[in-house]
Every structure is written in structure tokens, then in C-alpha cells.
Write a protein that binds this ligand. Structure first.
Ligand SMILES: Nc1nc2c(ncn2[C@@H]2O[C@H](COP(=O)(O)OP(=O)(O)OP(=O)(O)O)[C@@H](O)[C@H]2O)c(=O)[nH]1
Ligand SMILES: [Mg+2]
Length: 468
């Protein structure tokens, strides 16, 4: 009986693996990493991508997406996902809020979820055509709380290095007011003393409150550990009871420091490690969504901090072209798109400047990736359009403005956005009035259709070559 069950299980596993391998070998399976910090627009992007592919994939709507322009895309459909233990991405709920009257943005993500699309198309590839004129590509997407992404670089750090980095960040002038109380408590904390669970719990909770208030009042990206903000099923678990401290490592005895270090390591091994292995190891393509306008609005330190946080994230992914055989088992990211999202918060003429600013922020990393054989592009996009362009003449001068309904305001306004810089400015170069950008509600759908800015360029870059 046992032997029979073993054989059946083994057979199923082998069958699954063979199917996976076959899909990969024919390049039929694409895993797309939608990467971005909390609020960068991952959920809205995934929703828009599904909406445009499933019901709006015509040449008028997606003119730069070859398969749509050439009218070769037959149909796109969500299919049952391979990962049975992950909740399915609630597309209907997300798209309904965008299509509602008045429309609203989907809610912030609280757990991991996934969705697989099957794209059926007429192939132009001679070899594939010989086998069958119709091909199917499977596109796997996952959505997750951006807070959890920020944890990934911790995998390459030990407790001492992590503590140092976090404490340095908290001591910066723009965060010190929020962090003062916690920093004073940590200063008086005796890391060399014997373990006192009450003290550790109290300080951990204080640190968690600090993270929550930084999230609420600032745009700082690197708030670690991310599960302290969105615990998922770890709420109240002792694995979350740690905080950064400047202590010293002792050779013997069970000190508070060693206890904290053990919890930090357990968090890495039991929380970040599996999250990384299950969801971030095997990707083919990546889009990095960046909310550069919010960072600009927050000031020069936030922009620098975003730049650093982006570099740290890019560092944890596996890049480069793998050869055909390796690719079957260990796919590597071979295309990366850096997208300055929400670009419709500035005028059409200003959008290329946003792309240039993002390009300057990731320039060094892009160079390394290109060297590793990865194809890179940078674009200004808005997966879901929220404003329209207009021109206003004032004192004989034509001004390029945008029209939209700011979030939390009852009516549409015409707004002249400030001019974004094309590179990171230093504090001295920062304009006195800063950068005052607004956030807008999605544009109301027209006949059930959503609008976008350059989503077709994004699709062409990320998927175009697989749909030939
Ligand atoms: N103009 C514009 N604004 C957007 C777009 N996508 C997202 N936004 C804005 O950004 C906010 C956050 O978008 P989400 O899609 O929830 O971001 P997320 O990356 O999924 O965030 P988490 O779930 O917290 O990780 C939205 O509520 C909108 O205000 C877009 O395509 N265009
Ligand atoms: Mg989300």
C-alpha cells in the first residue's frame, strides 16, 4: 500500500517536473517578478495588465504590443495556478474598484497571492508554426505586500551589520524625531545582561510602533523587518520579537544580545528564506515599479534612501542569461524594466524627465546587469490612468497641465505639476519650494474600459519576444 502510494506520488512529481521542463524548454512559461515597495503600484499594475490582456487587447488600445497590433492574440484567460497553497489573486475585486462609479484604487496587499494567465496566439516562428500555428504562453504573476520585499536584503546580513545599518538610518535628521524615544531606550538597554523576556518584548513592541509611525508619516522604504508592519500569519509570534541594538557579542553565557541575534537568524531562516526561495528564485523577467514622485515630494533624503533601497533589492535577484540546458532548471532574469510609475501625475512633456531621473538612480546597477547579459530599459508609465492632459494659457503663456480628481477631494481640478529633475539633486540643489505633486483617483472607465500610459510598451518589452 505504502509502496503504491509512494510510486504514485513519485510519478506525479516526475510528471509535474517533466511538464514544467517542457514548458520552459519551449519558452512557454514566463514568471514575471513585479517588484516594488509598498505603494509603488504592484496590485494596480497586475490588475491593469490582466484587464488589458483579457478584454482590451486590440491594436487601438495596445498599438506598441506587436501581438495585439498584428491581431495575432487569439484570447487570454486566467487558468488554475500551479501553486495550490497560495491564495488566488482577487482580480475581480481589484478590477471592480477601478471600474466602479466613482472609481477607487484597490486596497493595499496583506498577503501573498498569485494568478496565471494563458495567452493563446498565432505564431510567426517558423519552427513553432511547423508544429502548430497556434501557441500558448503561460504568464505567472504574484502579488505580495511591498513591506515583505524590503526584507530580502537582510538575507545577506548578520545581526550586527543589520543593527548598525538600521540605527544609522534612524539617527538621520528626518527620522530622529520619531525614533528618539526608541533610541534612548536602546541606549540604556543592557545587551550583556541575562535574558529578561519582559524587557525584550517591551523594546520589540516599541520598535514595532516606531516602524508603524515611520510608515504612516514618512516615505522611508527600508523598514525592517517587514512582517512587523504586515505580520500575515505571524502576528504575535516570538520570532518577531527582536530589534536592532548596538550590543557586543560575548563568548560565553546566554545574553540578551545572543537571544536577539538568535531571533534575527530564525527570522531570516524561517520567514525570509522560504519567501525568497518559493517566490523570488525562479524568475524570467522583472519589472521594478518605482513611485519616484512620492519620493521627490518627500525631499532629498528620501530620494537618496529610495535609490539605496532599490540597489539593495536588485542585488538579491538572480540575473544573467543562462544557457539552454541550465535554463530548463534554473531560469535567470534576462530582461529588467525599471518603470517610473504614476507618470500621469506630471504633464506629458515632463514624463521623459521622470524616466531620465529613474535611469540616473539605477544607472550603476543597470550597467552591471547589462554586463551580465541582461536587457534593460527604463520607462515612465501609468498602468492605470488617473489624469488627462490639458493646456492653459496664462498671461500669454501656454502651460502644460493635467486634469484629474485628487484623492479625497470631491471635484476635478486643473493642476500645473512642478518640473521634475532629471537626476538626483543634492540638498543644496533642492528647490526651496520642494516638489509638490498630487495623487489622483483613477479616471472613470469608458464603456467598461480602463486607460493606461505606455502599458503596451511595457508588455512589448517584457513579453513581446515570447509571443512571436
Ligand atoms: N496614477 C497612478 N497611480 C497609481 C497607479 N498604481 C497605483 N497608483 C497609486 O498608488 C497607490 C498604491 O497602489 P497599489 O497598487 O496598492 O501599490 P502596491 O505596490 O500594491 O502596494 P502594497 O500592496 O502596499 O505593497 C494607489 O492607491 C494609487 O494611489 C497607476 O498606475 N497610476
Ligand atoms: Mg498591493
Amino acid at each position: 500500500m505504502n509502496t503504491r502510494r509512494f510510486s504514485k506520488d513519485t510519478f506525479e512529481k516526475l510528471k509535474n517536473k517533466a511538464q514544467k521542463t517542457l514548458h520552459r524548454s519551449l519558452d512557454q512559461h514566463i514568471k514575471l517578478a513585479v517588484t516594488g515597495f509598498s505603494g509603488s503600484g504592484k496590485t494596480a499594475f497586475i490588475t491593469a495588465l490582466i484587464k488589458h490582456l483579457t478584454t482590451q487587447a486590440d491594436k487601438q488600445n495596445l498599438p506598441f504590443f506587436d501581438v495585439a497590433r498584428e491581431q495575432r492574440l487569439i484570447a487570454v484567460k486566467a487558468i488554475p495556478q500551479r501553486a495550490l497553497d497560495i491564495p488566488t489573486f482577487d482580480y475581480n475585486c481589484a478590477v471592480n474598484s477601478l471600474l466602479a462609479n466613482p472609481p477607487s484604487w484597490p486596497s493595499s496587499t496583506q498577503r501573498i497571492n498569485t494568478l496565471t494567465l494563458a495567452l493563446k496566439f498565432e505564431t510567426r516562428n517558423a519552427l513553432k508554426q511547423h508544429l502548430s500555428p497556434i501557441s500558448t504562453v503561460y504568464l505567472e504573476l504574484i502579488d505580495y505586500p511591498g513591506e515583505w520585499l524590503v526584507d530580502l536584503p537582510m538575507l545577506n546580513q548578520d545581526y550586527q551589520t543589520w543593527s548598525k545599518e538600521v540605527l544609522t538610518l534612524l539617527k538621520q535628521p528626518q527620522y530622529i524625531d520619531y525614533a528618539k524615544e526608541f533610541l534612548t531606550a536602546v541606549d540604556t538597554f543592557d545587551s550583556d545582561a541575562v535574558v529578561d523576556e519582559t524587557i525584550l518584548k517591551k523594546l520589540s513592541e516599541q520598535y514595532q510602533r516606531l516602524l508603524l509611525s515611520l510608515k504612516q508619516h514618512t516615505k522611508v522604504a527600508q523598514l525592517q523587518p517587514g512582517r512587523m508592519l504586515i505580520p500575515g500569519d505571524l502576528a504575535g509570534a516570538p520570532i518577531l520579537l527582536f530589534f536592532p541594538c548596538d550590543g557586543v557579542m560575548t563568548v560565553s553565557g546566554e545574553t540578551q544580545y545572543m537571544h536577539l541575534e538568535a531571533r534575527f537568524n530564525a527570522y531570516k531562516q524561517q520567514v525570509i528564506g522560504p519567501f525568497y526561495k518559493q517566490h523570488f528564485c525562479q524568475f524570467d523577467r522583472q519589472i521594478v515599479l518605482v513611485d519616484i514622485l512620492s519620493a521627490l515630494a518627500d525631499g532629498p533624503d528620501t530620494l537618496r534612501e529610495q535609490e539605496q533601497a532599490l540597489r539593495n533589492i536588485v542585488d538579491v535577484f538572480d540575473y544573467g542569461k543562462s544557457n539552454m540546458l541550465k535554463r530548463l532548471f534554473y531560469p535567470k532574469i534576462d530582461k529588467v524594466l525599471f518603470a517610473a510609475n504614476k507618470c500621469d501625475h506630471v504633464s506629458y512633456e515632463q514624463q521623459p524627465q521622470l524616466a531620465k531621473l529613474l535611469h540616473s538612480m539605477v544607472h550603476e546597477k543597470s550597467n552591471d546587469l547589462r554586463f551580465a547579459g541582461v536587457e534593460i530599459d527604463t520607462m515612465a508609465v501609468s498602468a492605470v490612468q488617473s489624469t488627462q492632459q490639458t493646456q492653459v494659457v496664462e498671461s500669454g503663456k501656454t502651460l502644460n497641465c493635467i486634469v484629474g480628481k485628487p484623492i479625497d477631494e470631491p471635484h476635478q481640478i486643473t493642476f500645473l505639476p512642478p518640473q521634475p529633475p532629471t537626476h538626483c539633486l543634492s540638498k543644496e540643489q533642492w528647490p526651496e519650494q520642494g516638489f509638490d505633486f498630487l495623487s489622483f483617483a483613477p479616471l472613470p472607465a469608458k464603456c467598461g474600459n480602463l486607460s493606461h500610459v505606455r502599458l503596451d510598451h511595457v508588455l512589448q518589452f517584457l513579453l513581446g519576444d515570447k509571443l512571436r
